[in-house]
Write a protein that binds this ligand. Structure first.
Ligand SMILES: Nc1ncnc2c1ncn2[C@@H]1O[C@H](COP(=O)(O)OP(=O)(O)OP(=O)(O)O)[C@@H](O)[C@H]1O
Ligand SMILES: [Mg+2]
Length: 150
């Protein structure tokens, strides 16, 4: 399930490769064989009309949806092969390779700004102090300095 697809040191694997990805909801074929490749350090934009499947593609790539066919390969390792996902334990390792900002943000309204930012890394094993330091630095970067308690 996770054999390397490219072992040549001189030609590193893309950080994400999707091959012939298929996903349908009942009678609606949404992803009909999507292939794309993202190299490390590159920014890729997926554009298309509402309902064309952008969110579905991202949800499949982040394992929030099962797929019906195709491969999802992170950093040379299969997370999904021929439509079959790697075991749950293995998938959680792949999850550390990406982050997702949801269309509707999915922030917790009863949490402070600081808690919304620090809870996910803390849940993934980051120390509270380090998470808070990173949060302060990120807020500053975004021009949101001093909003920690909001
Ligand atoms: N859980 C689901 N069950 C059934 N159909 C779904 C489900 N999720 C998405 N769809 C359908 O899949 C198609 C693609 O939806 P998707 O949300 O991926 O589009 P999108 O490109 O992200 O649209 P938008 O630009 O509006 O965000 C739509 O026809 C949608 O109704
Ligand atoms: Mg969408």
């Amino acid at each position: 399930m996770s054999e390397p697809v490219n072992t040549k040191a001189s030609s590193p694997s893309p950080i994400l490769e999707i091959r012939e990805l298929k996903k349908s909801f009942k009678d609606t074929d949404v992803l009909k064989g999507i292939s794309l490749s993202v190299d490390k350090g590159n920014v890729v934009t997926i554009i298309g009309p509402s309902g064309s499947g952008k969110s579905t593609l991202l949800r499949c790539a982040s394992f929030l949806e099962t797929v019906d066919g195709g491969d999802i390969i992170y950093d040379g390792r299969y997370a999904v092969k021929d439509g079959t996902a790697a075991p749950k334990k293995e998938l959680s390792g792949f999850r550390s390779l990406f982050g997702m900002v949801f269309q509707n943000f999915n922030l917790f309204p009863h949490y402070s700004v600081m808690k919304n930012i620090t809870e996910p890394p803390i849940l993934h094993g980051c120390g509270r102090e380090e998470a808070e330091e990173r949060a302060v630095s990120l807020l500053k970067k975004m021009g949101l300095e001093g909003k920690e308690k909001a």
